[in-house]
Every structure is written in C-alpha cells, then in structure tokens.
Ligand binder design. Structure first.
Ligand code: UDP
Length: 238
C-alpha cells in the first residue's frame, strides 16, 4: 500500500534564477519544461500545489534602482517580470495536461486573473495549479515575502523553496569547502545567525504562522517529489 501523503497543500517558491538554465538572462524553455514536469509529478500524487515564481532572471528592482532609477518604478518592473515567468510556466504545465490559473497581485484582466484569495483556494480544490504572479503587488517587497504571504493565506502545509543549493549551509558552499549543511533549523536560528535563506519578512511571516520552510535544489530530476516524501537532501526550517 502507498503511504498517505504528508502534505495536503504546498506552495513552491522558485526563484527566477531557477529558469535560467545555462543562460545569463531570460528564460530557458528547457528549464521551464523541467520545472513544469516536477510540479506535474507532485500534482499527480493528489497534492494541491500553488507556485510563486521570482523575476530575477529578467529584472531585479533593487539593482536597477542602484543605477539611478526610482526604486518604486524599478520594483514594478520586477513584478511585471514575474508575470512573464508565470505565463511561461503556466504554458508548460498546460502542455502537460495540468490545469492552471495565473493570478496576479497587479490586476491585468486581459492576461490572467486578479488575485482573489477564496477563488485561488477553490481552484486548488478543483485540482488546478495556481501560479501567483506580481509578487505582493507592492514595491519594497520580494517574491520570497510573497511566497510566505500566499502560503499563509492559502493555508499551506509547507513552503518548498527551490534554490541553487540543496539546503541551508553554515557558509556559502560554493566558496567555503568547510561549509556544512543543516538538516534542520528553527526560524529563530535563521534570524539570529542571519542565514540568508529568505528575507527577514518572509521568515517572520512563516514563523508567526507556523508554516515550515523546506529548502532544496531543483538541479537533480525528481527533487521536488523526493522532498515531499522526505527523501533526498534538504534543510527544514520550523
Ligand atoms: N518585487 C516587488 N514586490 C514584490 C515582489 C517582487 O517589488 O512583492 C520586485 C522587486 O523589484 C524584485 C523583483 O520584483 O527585485 C523580482 O523579484 P525577486 O527579486 O524576489 O525574484 P527572485 O529573486 O525570486 O528571482
């Protein structure tokens, strides 16, 4: 017999970088397709899935503001970039036969639905994957905070944060060979040790609402499904 699923509903946070593949900028459609495959596999298990996708592969507000643009304008451009990523992932999922809806925090009625909390929940109950676009809809925030916010609003059992490394390390594993991966951490550990997992507001939201964050890498195929079965390598923050 198959064992019951541990999670009923999860939010997957994917940074824009996760869609870069070998590119320096923009979208690698092969990566988009791979990500969609990972999400479909989880959806096929009957786990309700929603997604928040970043925009850093196309546009990052803060770095553009540093070059002289108004921070708010730059941030709105960053939010629009996340809409493009959302549409790309939506398309890839639907090609695989998964029903989806994109909901944007900035209403764009010709492109996708506006964010409506109760409607998003209903979509998931009906087996649709919901992709939340345009972050929180506010400048000075990040898509990590949007992920934590939506996870709380959607009553998710966990936030699964896909990163470039397979968990949280004591130092940058790409620079420091002595860096060690944590199996688990508390939210307070993350905040007091200033471990750069997600920004502080995202960590605080998850902590205050008791939603664990699981940090893992999407580099190996099947990683998302493994993490949901508590196999493979990851760091759990709770
Ligand atoms: N952004 C914003 N408010 C939000 C979410 C995102 O202003 O609620 C802007 C911000 O400029 C950010 C950009 O959108 O730099 C892209 O999002 P993020 O950097 O979080 O993407 P990721 O790093 O996950 O690819």
């Amino acid at each position: 017999a198959t064992e019951p699923e541990r999670y009923r509903r999860v939010l997957v946070k994917l940074s824009g970088e996760g869609l870069l593949g070998d590119r320096e900028f923009g979208l690698d459609l092969e990566m988009v397709d791979r990500v969609a495959g990972e999400v479909k596999a989880v959806h096929d298990r009957g786990i309700q899935v929603c997604l928040v996708i970043g925009g850093g592969n196309i546009f990052r507000g803060i770095s553009t503001a540093a070059k002289g643009m108004d921070r708010t304008s730059a941030d709105y451009m960053g939010m629009l970039a996340t809409v493009m990523n959302a549409l790309a992932v939506q398309n890839a999922l639907e090609k695989k036969g998964v029903q989806t809806r994109v909901q944007s925090a900035i209403p764009m009625s010709m492109v996708c639905e506006p964010y409506i909390r109760r409607r998003a929940i209903r979509h998931m109950e009906k087996g649709r994957v919901v992709i939340f676009a345009a972050g929180t809809g506010n400048p000075f925030f990040t898509t990590d905070t949007a992920a934590a916010l939506r996870a709380v609003e959607m009553n998710c059992d966990a936030i699964l944060k896909a990163t470039q490394v397979d968990g949280v390390y004591s130092a940058d594993p790409n620079k420091d060979p002595t860096a060690e991966r944590f199996e688990s951490l508390t939210f307070t550990d993350v905040l007091t040790r200033d471990l750069r997992v997600m920004d502080t507001s995202a960590i605080a939201l998850a902590r205050d609402n008791n939603i664990p964050i699981v940090v893992f890498s999407l580099h190996s195929p099947g990683a998302l499904g493994e993490v949901l079965s508590r196999r493979g390598r990851f760091t759990e923050i709770r």
